[in-house]
Design a protein around this ligand. Sequence first.
Ligand SMILES: Cc1ncc(C[n+]2csc(CCOP(=O)(O)OP(=O)(O)O)c2C)c(N)n1
Ligand SMILES: [Mg+2]
Length: 578
Amino acid sequence: MSATVQSIDANKAEAQQELTDGFHLVIDALKLNGINTIYGVPGIPITDLGRMAQAAGIRVLSFRHEQNAGYAAAIAGYLTKKPGVCLTVSAPGFLNGLTALAHATTNCFPMILVSGSSEREIVDLQQGDYEEMDQLAIAKPLCKAAFRVLHAADIGIGFARAIRAAVSGRPGGVYLDLPAKLFGQVMNAEAGRKSLVKVIDAAPAQIPAPAAVKRALDVLKSAKRPLIILGKGAAYAQADDAIKSFVEKSGAPFLPMSMAKGLLPDLHPQCAGAARSTVLKDADVVMLVGARLNWLLSHGKGKTWGDQPKKFIQVDIEPKEMDSNVEIAAPLVGDIGSCVTALLDAMGGSWPAPPADWLNAVKTKRDDNVAKMAPRLMNNNSPMDYHGALGVLRTIIKERPDAILVNEGANTLDLARGVIDMHQPRKRLDVGTWGVMGIGMGSAIAAAVETGKPVLAVEGDSAFGFSGMEVETICRYKLPICVVIFNNNGIYRGTDVNSAGTDPATTVFVTGSRYDKMMEAFGGVGVNATSPDELKRAVNAAMDSGKPTLINAVIDPAAGSESGRIGNLNPQSVLKKK
Ligand SMILES: Cc1ncc(C[n+]2csc(CCOP(=O)(O)OP(=O)(O)O)c2C)c(N)n1
Ligand SMILES: [Mg+2]
């Protein structure tokens, strides 16, 4: 090589070293802020971004459908308190990710949907670009905040705003629109470095007012029949020790909402999970901690809550949550950790125990209900009913308390929630506020990736179908996930008949399907289990081996009920029965 060519090469290299571009700035912005995992689906214009991010040490998990990648990002946010990032292509990929973004917002999970988008000039003139869509406008009503970055120099600020919006205050979904042209934009590397922003104190503590703390404790102290309800906001807060100390010091029965199960163990003597209807009806003071009075708590009124007049104390980071459904006598606004710590401090050394007759009444009801359920959980029927199958899984989770349980379906969800005790915080991941089907495989994958713990996904056969193709993803990344499909041949039940006698009924599937074969197709372990004993052996083997496993658990098609435990929400036609 001649000296001239060598020096031209050296100059070129030097010039390149001094430059950066949109691709690199996005990756650097993520890394600078400790975001080291991306969930997504590649394609124009973000394929190279994924490749380069992977090469730069970010874990980039490619899914088979953006909705599942989105659900993974959402639950990653819940588990880590850092925004989970989902990366999608323009228009259709973006739309596929949008359900998860809305789900994250509704559930208060911090998530950022980062989507490539098409040529701005063409999109805005509606001239028909490849995958043309005004994505920013569409995302806006479905998330906490939405931003578009047009200049490479603004990438740092764009990500900083997105991260802060996702995790501060009440967490939620954020949309970040990155048009194709941005990625190739070049700028001076030093200026690029300076343009990046490391977000300091992304979710600042929000300290409650001392007067509000005192008011809350005064109301709690006045109770004859106190009840504490723990929501997934309390689980999200990762203030586990403070919450446990507070609940124990108060002496009050507590009721965990679905994803707050395990925040204090379900077998804790104060847990009123098995006496839910009694405590909701009879309590006179109800303290909500990171739980909202939405439909899951019958809006705080009506039959579920009985005739007893009630006073509510509500601990929440969002001031607008107060009085959303009923009057809140003692609003306590702040982050859960700060609020609970302030409550504990202000309770002082001695706090009077709640009246013994209330504690005894709750205990009696709980023990009765547990005793009633016990024999049903021990049956070894074949085909299985829900209780026989769930009894086995309950024992497995008790023996492996650090495993993460993912759960969706109708009967499969409602019965598993009641039967399977949780023993540690944030180990139960499910359908959340909307009761959405499809979170299963995305949640399982993110749980395995973010925590490194084994995952048991208990899935209705319908629920599983929404994300079933991701079993390939599970096998590809060799994740320690055991999927158990409660196969009752359909939605709610597999016994429906179409009275017109033409197509199959709307709620039934192919009889005797073998979902286990799906897992085998990708090199995982498939098992067909027809009895609780077989199920137990197969799940234990999967949890021991850590190999991707799918167990087709054959459930009696007649065992379930319409809509599980929420059949009452179905509208009725007066004309239906002729
Ligand atoms: C995205 C979405 N689509 C549809 C529904 C309505 N839905 C509620 S539960 C359910 C499936 C229930 O069947 P399965 O998962 O098999 O549970 P099973 O009751 O049979 O145990 C469906 C489709 C939903 N909740 N979410
Ligand atoms: Mg089913």
